[in-house]
Design a protein around this ligand. Structure first.
Ligand code: NAD
Ligand code: MG
Length: 299
């Protein structure tokens, strides 16, 4: 593990190649119960004032990529409103402690993103709790593997779209009246947007939709001075994977067989991409998808 994100070195060995044991938790899964526990950058992310004074709303902020982003944002000087499911309170408490230790505000707003009312309440609570909103980061996602179309129910198909696409739409719609010029929106797609796994038809197609919707929205909002961009992660070791996200038998090879990098990413390695897109450094980057996938070729 590097001492911080600025340390140079061989990226293939920057984090260990993991071979997680077969394990399974009910959705949404607790990161604290995983073997090994993912690295959120608690001991390595070093801030340098890149988001000083920003007010960020982050979904899925209790664990995995969203939690790593929340920690990085706080260390860069941002206050953070965290969205997560009530069942994930213990994971969220860990992240809130790290944010508060960085001297930033953490506003916890647990709830279910499949509810439009919650999406609206979340934005209202963020604006109220932080005294405004200028950074909206949609990271939450549902991924449940199903081997065949027969196994994939219409209910699951709908719930995946509600969680991954509709919630993002409702949050952005509710946030827009509060976003001044200079605000940024970052959505989370996936390698699956380009390379859909046959046992994740619902999930992969939401990721294609997120990419497409973000690019259209970026064009609509840039005249208002609001930038929209996307991060598309590749295989990353998170709770999603051990809570029915993939076939549990494949966990020992997670990320190591498909990626040219030969290993899965840790959530800590995803956070800098979000920091870049949220910061003023990316002022001319609009409607783009930043792939952080270990070298897999995308269009
Ligand atoms: P994760 O399980 O740690 O985070 C996903 C979060 O989504 C959960 O913590 C939960 O808080 C939230 N969530 C799910 N359903 C919800 C609901 N109904 N209401 C409220 N919150 C809900 O896993 P992660 O891998 O860090 O996932 C973050 C994002 O990264 C997802 O959008 C995922 O699709 C994307 N992604 C992950 C990978 C990977 O390999 N892990 C690869 C590509 C994209
Ligand atoms: Mg979680």
């Amino acid at each position: 593990m590097p001492t911080d994100q600025y340390e140079f070195g061989d990226p293939t060995t920057r984090y260990p190649v993991i071979s997680p044991p077969v394990q399974q938790q009910p959705e949404p899964g607790l990161q604290s119960q995983m073997t090994p526990v993912p690295d959120l950058g608690e001991d390595s992310y070093r801030g340098s004032g890149r988001l000083t004074g920003r007010k960020a709303l982050i979904t899925g902020a209790d664990s995995g990529i969203g939690a790593a982003v929340a920690i990085a944002f706080a260390r860069e000087g941002a206050d953070v409103t965290l969205s997560y499911l009530p069942a994930e309170e213990s994971d969220a408490r860990h992240v809130i402690e790290v944010i508060e230790a960085a001297g930033r505000k953490a506003i916890a707003v647990p709830g279910d993103l499949t509810s439009r009312e919650y999406c609206r309440e979340l934005v209202a609570a963020a604006v109220e709790g932080m005294g405004g909103l200028d950074t909206v980061v949609n990271v939450a996602g549902k991924q449940v593997w199903q081997p065949t179309l027969d196994d994939l129910s219409e209910d699951q198909f709908e719930e995946t779209f509600r969680t991954n696409v509709f919630a993002m739409f409702s949050i952005v719609k509710a946030a827009l009246p509060h976003l001044r010029p200079g605000s940024t929106i970052i959505n989370t797609a996936s390698l699956e947007a380009y390379v859909p796994a046959p046992d994740r038809l619902d999930y992969a197609s939401t990721k294609g939709a997120i990419n497409n919707l973000s690019k259209g929205l970026a064009q609509q909002l840039i005249p208002k001075g609001i930038r929209v961009n996307v991060v598309a992660p590749g295989p990353t070791w998170t709770a999603l994977q051990v809570s029915r996200g993939v076939d549990p038998e494949t966990l020992p090879d997670f990320g190591s067989s498909e990626s040219p990098m030969g290993r899965a990413a840790q959530p800590a390695e995803l956070a800098p991409a979000y920091v870049f897109l949220a910061s003023a450094e990316s002022s001319f980057v609009v409607g783009d998808t930043l792939n952080v996938n270990g070298g897999m070729v995308t269009p």
